[in-house]
Design a protein around this ligand. Structure first.
Ligand code: SF4
Ligand code: SF4
Length: 331
């Protein structure tokens, strides 16, 4: 099954969920196996786990620098305490020796990198280097190149790291003429999710037939609607509560999304993970068959989108032809 695009720009399928643990990564791993030469981007940078199934061989690793962190040069500090007074995040710690000598240091975890202490230190004794928040890597997998990342402990700026991973995946796709990027997006609706869906060709929301699944889906759909991104939904483990699955599908359609299909509950998902395989590699029936059908649906949805956009491209092409013709006529 292919998702070839007639234009050179790679398509981008982003798979997200309202919360973690819906089976999103298992679905992404299966799609990576079913797709034709995809680039895979693991944008779930706070809890990346796609590598556990796709066993990437790392070829590049890069530091991820984001924000700044204040550091006091102790030998130039006169212990005036201005930084301690001004820091509204309580990041400047003060200690006092028995002889009454005060010492100030900055807690790197509490420091928000606002720069106020750096600006107002009378001795200019505070350095403000960029802080190392994690790393991002390029790897090869049996399905295609993969860009993934690891956010440092207690590090923030995961939205920026998501953008970095997506940008790199797009670069690899363009340069290697890959037709499709498959993105494993972060859970929730926060900044990292927004960073992972903006500008995507199509978003697939994986949800579960539970009350929280229904609630989370509503929030995620509001997000993709806000950014005007075509969205489709699949209910994982639908047979746990068929009534709720139907309710979720109806709600999704009422809110402008399509329904990509249903995935049954199947222990094969866990067994496949134990064998470091995607479930479509592990078996051909059961939930693997459901995922194949969803993949078929997505392929058709991409083709429909291609067809709908073609008249616009053709009009642009014709318009350009007219423009060239007129320019030639004038000269
Ligand atoms: S403001 Fe500067 S000089 Fe004063 S305590 Fe802080 S680091 Fe030291
Ligand atoms: S940079 Fe801002 S948050 Fe960090 S210690 Fe200085 S004042 Fe506090």
């Amino acid at each position: 099954m292919t998702m070839e695009s007639t234009n050179s720009k790679p398509r981008e399928l982003v798979v997200i969920s309202g919360k973690g643990g819906t089976g999103k990564t298992s679905v992404v791993a299966s799609f990576a196996c079913l797709a034709n030469r995809p680039v895979i981007a693991d944008c779930d940078v706070d809890a990346a786990d796609l590598h556990l199934v796709l066993s990437p061989r790392m070829t590049e690793s890069h530091d991820f620098l984001a924000g700044h962190e204040a550091v006091i040069r102790q030998d130039e500090c006169n212990a005036c305490g201005v930084c301690h007074t001004l820091c509204r995040y309580g990041a400047v710690e003060m200690s006092e020796s028995d002889s009454g000598v005060r010492k100030f240091r900055i807690d790197p975890v509490a420091c928000e990198g606002c720069g106020v202490c750096v600006r107002f230190c009378p001795e200019h004794a505070i350095d403000f280097p960029e802080s190392l928040c994690g790393e991002w890597m390029v790897s090869q997998t049996r399905c295609g190149p993969m860009v993934h990342a690891r956010l440092g402990v207690a590090a923030e700026n995961s939205g920026k790291l998501v953008s970095t991973v997506r940008q790199e995946a797009k670069r690899i796709a363009r340069e290697g003429n890959h037709p499709l990027i498959i993105v494993d997006g972060p859970p929730g609706i926060g900044c990292p999710v927004i960073a992972s869906v903006t500008g995507a060709t199509l978003v697939l929301i994986v949800t579960e037939p539970t009350v929280s699944g229904e609630h989370d889906l509503e929030r995620v759909l509001a997000l993709t609607r806000h950014f005007n991104i075509p969205t489709t939904v699949c209910v994982n483990k639908w047979d746990i509560d068929p009534e709720m699955a139907k309710k979720i599908e109806d709600a999704a359609q009422q809110q402008g999304a399509t329904v990509a299909g249903r995935i049954r509950y199947d222990r094969a998902v866990t067994l496949a993970q134990i064998h470091e395989q995607a479930v479509v590699e592990f078996q051909s029936d059961g939930c693997a068959q459901d995922i194949r059908e969803i993949w078929q649906h997505l392929t058709e949805q991409f083709q429909n989108m291609e067809r709908e956009s073609r008249p616009i491209n053709e009009q642009m092409h014709n318009g350009m032809g007219t423009l060239i013709h007129r320019t030639e006529a004038k000269s």
